[in-house]
Write a protein that binds this ligand. Structure first.
Ligand code: C2O
Length: 535
């Protein structure tokens, strides 16, 4: 194992897209940011120095940070922000994980431009459990706003309404030729006839789940959220914000130029965002004058495709990479996901859009929750988050008014060390137009079941997959449906869980788990680093 060091300078830089130039926050002036390239077992030191006039914090999405929440990054959850002119070293070991993950700003909406890939290579001499690719290419899907994103969010908050939608979708920071002034902002990858390519696809968008396809080429899915999967071949993939998908692509078609394209999946008639980001897959020797062919993407509301695609994802569950699904559950949790409104006298309609879990809208604290927990600082949070929704809350297709007025609070759930947890997330179908991609920090979990309509505790658990369910860190809870996950609480700390649609997170669709220390010497939270940003 080696020590890998990175310097991340947070700097503002002018970037132009769609005929608009504007200053954006970047890492080292790059958009998207630099790739963190490490090997399983490495120790990683990333010194983040903030030269911008914004508070900053960076999250290493999907790295488990065993006993080391101090390096996890979500602002006010595991640390206070790195203020202008200050630095913080994220110091962590990458153990027991390999694959594609990513990093992003975890404060306000700054991740709109502050994000990049994390590639964890398997240990030296350990091959992939699939054909070795000739080359690897990172594909980061994102969004672009013509206006300053922080201003857009502020405006939305003031009015109590959703902020403006993004103006473009992007592939590696570039919208592609279907957007105005974007011919020169088109990502292109060159391929050679007969070779195999590993695409590491990351959905870094704030608010869009994407279909992604390559004209004329099938993709073989081999890894999801940095966990090897049973390979399957598909024309298109579906990827929610926060998720990663590795696919193998063989350059065996007629040498030409082919579009790769990404367009949102929104499973409601309300879906209005069907902008298409495009990039080019170009066979070697083919001139740029050849007009590329567009791939066929599933229709924006193709829920049948979504259901069937997600159903194909399985853990590899091989002798070398077994799926250790908890078979016995110590703690059953049932959380309803609600979108609704709260009174807001200063807002445009006298109400503000709000989101809740078990009818509780999470309020961000002013002190890092992990510090508050570690140093027993009173009055920052409570640990009375309910295991189930209030019985009076009718979530079964209730009218909008049923969710008018949620309880505000910084309420967490306390989990015993090493206990096995089952969490059923139930969407309540109010106002929802897309699946909620739920992300849990500090853990991978097994997606043991999912379904449409209301979860039936007397029937549905019998159908759970406890053999080879997908193991991941972010899962889409279908609109008007449910998803059941299981994990073993073997990582002590305070771990954020939230919808990875930034819109919903900012409305309060989040909570955190306090996982207690175990009794063993190596079962408790490590001491905080000395340069941890003060609050
Ligand atoms: Cu990628 Cu808490 O997020």
């Amino acid at each position: 194992a080696a020590v890998k060091k990175y310097q991340f300078d947070i700097q503002v830089r002018n970037v132009s897209r769609l005929c608009h130039a504007k200053p954006i926050v970047t890492v080292n002036g790059m958009f998207p940011g630099p790739t963190v390239y490490v090997r399983e077992g490495d120790r990683v030191l990333i010194n983040v120095t903030n030269y911008a006039q914004y508070n900053m914090s960076i999250h290493w999405h999907g790295l488990k940070q065993h006993r080391n929440g101090w390096a996890d990054g979500p602002a006010y959850i595991t640390q206070c922000p790195i203020k202008t002119g200050n630095s913080y070293v994220y110091d962590f070991n990458v153990t027991g994980q390999r694959g594609t993950l990513w990093w992003h700003a975890h404060i306000s909406w700054l991740r709109a431009t502050v994000y990049g890939a994390i590639v964890v290579m398997p240990k030296q001499g350990t091959p992939f459990p699939f054909p070795q690719p000739d080359r690897e290419v990172n594909i980061l899907l994102g969004e672009w706003w013509n206006n300053d994103v922080e201003e857009v969010v502020k405006q939305g908050n003031k009015l109590g309404l959703p902020p403006n939608m993004s103006d473009a979708h992007t592939i590696n920071g570039k919208p592609g030729p279907l957007f105005p002034c974007s011919e020169k902002h088109t990502f292109a990858m060159e391929v050679e006839q007969g070779k195999t390519y590993l695409l590491r696809i990351i959905n870094a968008a704030l608010n869009d789940e994407f279909f992604f396809a390559i004209a004329g080429h099938n993709m073989t899915v081999v890894e999801i959220d940095a966990v090897y999967a049973k390979p399957f071949t598909t024309q298109a993939i579906l990827i929610a914000p926060g998720q990663t998908t590795n696919v193998l692509v063989q350059a065996t078609q007629v040498p030409s130029r082919y579009f790769m394209a990404a367009r949102p999946f929104m499973d409601a008639p309300l879906s209005i965002d069907n902008k298409t980001a495009a990039a080019i897959l170009q066979y070697k020797g083919i001139p740029n004058t050849v007009l590329p062919i567009l791939p066929q993407l599933p229709a924006p509301n193709d829920t049948a495709f979504a259901l069937s695609y997600n159903g194909k994802i399985r853990s590899l569950n091989s002798p070398r990479f077994p799926a250790n699904v908890p078979l016995k559950v110590d703690r059953h949790l049932f959380y309803t996901i609600g979108l609704g409104m709260n009174p807001c006298p200063t807002c445009l309609n006298g109400t503000r859009l709000t989101a809740s879990l078990n009818n509780i809208t999470f309020v961000m604290p002013q002190t890092g929750l992990l510090q508050a927990h570690y140093f027993s600082i009173k009055g920052v949070f409570t640990t009375d988050f309910p295991d189930r929704p209030p019985t009076s809350f009718n979530y079964t297709g209730a009218p909008l008014t049923a969710n008018l007025g949620t309880a505000l609070g910084t309420r967490l759930s306390r989990i015993a060390f090493n206990s096995t947890v089952e969490l059923v997330l139930q969407d309540t179908n109010l106002l929802t137009v897309e699946s909620h991609p739920f992300h849990l920090h500090g853990y991978n979990f097994f997606v043991v079941g999912t379904g449409v309509g209301n979860f039936d505790p007397s029937k549905d658990p019998a159908k759970f997959n406890l053999v080879d369910p997908p193991e991941r860190n972010t899962v889409g809870v279908p609109t008007g449906g449910w998803t059941a996950i299981r994990f073993r609480a073997d990582n002590p700390g305070v771990w954020f869980m939230h919808c990875h649609l930034e819109l919903h997170t900012s409305w309060g669709l989040k909570t955190a788990f306090v996982v207690e220390n175990g009794k063993g010497a190596d079962q408790s939270i490590l001491p905080p680093p000395r340069d941890l940003p003060p609050c």
